[in-house]
Design a protein around this ligand. Structure first.
Ligand code: BEZ
Ligand code: FE
Length: 285
């Protein structure tokens, strides 16, 4: 096809969306068409490659179910998730930064009291997590909803096990002074699921599947912007090669190690335990 004819294909598709009533939808499909066509032309896409691409996306769809979200995983390894996080970042300088949501959040996690334990038998070293929730002006936020989830010592989330296991996740409310505290386990580095098409992509491109050790937070409060983030363990060796590009320096924190003894809440531990502190700052809406 001549250059004119190739351009005519793109123009024709763009024109087909011209009557779209929703302005934002028209903007999206028009831009998507232009960029998708430019991409195909840039790499001179062959028919076989087009078929391989369709097959890849079909496999992404087939492996996706209520517990396995391969589309999110694909977005994550392509950096689209972090790009979206960045485009929508809070504008107030001291607000807690966000990072990828990931595919392992579940809505119906159990509520735990302040100081409670979200581990519920999850394998790992007990870890005391505490901090505060404040607004960017420093005022405490009482009653913020703090949702947390993490993988066990073997690097698996509860939803990756057979059955309906709910462990290593929960939610609590911040106290009257904005304070929060709970027990969990010290997070471990783990590979993202690599037994599906996204794993095939990582293997074919020589990329690693590892994520540095982290604990997920989703924190919301009326009148404030919800933050979805993690804290990362500063001693982790994968901080500079997170498979999903989620690490931000402000989210890297030190975990302390303690021998057997009395924890801050009076709990007696006959084995070692860890602790970490992290203050969360929410932007006003
Ligand atoms: C996670 O941290 O849970 C996660 C994020 C992106 C892809 C896979 C897992
Ligand atoms: Fe995670």
């Amino acid at each position: 096809m001549t250059e004119d004819r190739l351009q005519a294909v793109t123009d024709e598709v763009v024109a087909s969306f011209a009557e779209t009533k929703d302005d934002r939808l028209r903007e999206i499909v028009t831009s998507l068409t232009r960029h998708l066509h430019a991409f195909a032309r840039d790499i001179a896409l062959t028919q076989e490659e087009w078929e391989a691409g369709i097959d890849f996306l079909t496999r992404v769809g087939h492996i996706t179910d209520a517990k396995r979200q391969e589309f999110i995983l694909l977005s994550d390894v392509l950096g689209l998730s972090m790009l979206t996080v960045g485009i929508n970042a809070p504008t107030t300088a001291n607000a807690t930064e966000s990072t990828v949501f990931g595919p392992f959040f579940v809505d119906d996690a159990p509520e735990v009291a302040l100081g409670g334990d979200i581990a519920v038998g999850v394998k790992g070293r007990p870890c005391w997590v505490s901090g505060s929730v404040t607004a960017t002006d420093g005022s405490p936020i009482a009653g913020a909803r703090i949702e947390v989830w993490e993988a066990d010592e073997d690097g698996f989330y509860d939803v990756q096990y057979a059955g309906d296991k709910l462990a290593g996740r929960g939610w609590l409310s911040s106290g009257t002074g904005g304070e929060y505290r709970f027990w969990s386990v010290r997070p471990s580095a783990y590979p993202i699921p690599e037994d599906g098409p996204v794993g095939d992509l990582l293997h074919a491109t020589g990329r690693g599947p590892m994520r540095p050790a982290h604990l997920h937070f989703k924190v919301s409060a009326p009148g404030h912007r919800t933050v979805i983030t993690h804290i990362f363990d500063s001693s982790d060796t994968y901080l500079d090669r997170d498979a999903v590009f989620g690490v931000k320096p402000s989210l890297v924190v030190d975990f302390a190690e303690h021998g057997p003894g009395t924890a801050p809440d009076g709990r007696e531990l006959d084995s070692g335990w860890a602790s970490v502190a992290f203050d969360i700052v929410l932007e006003k809406l």
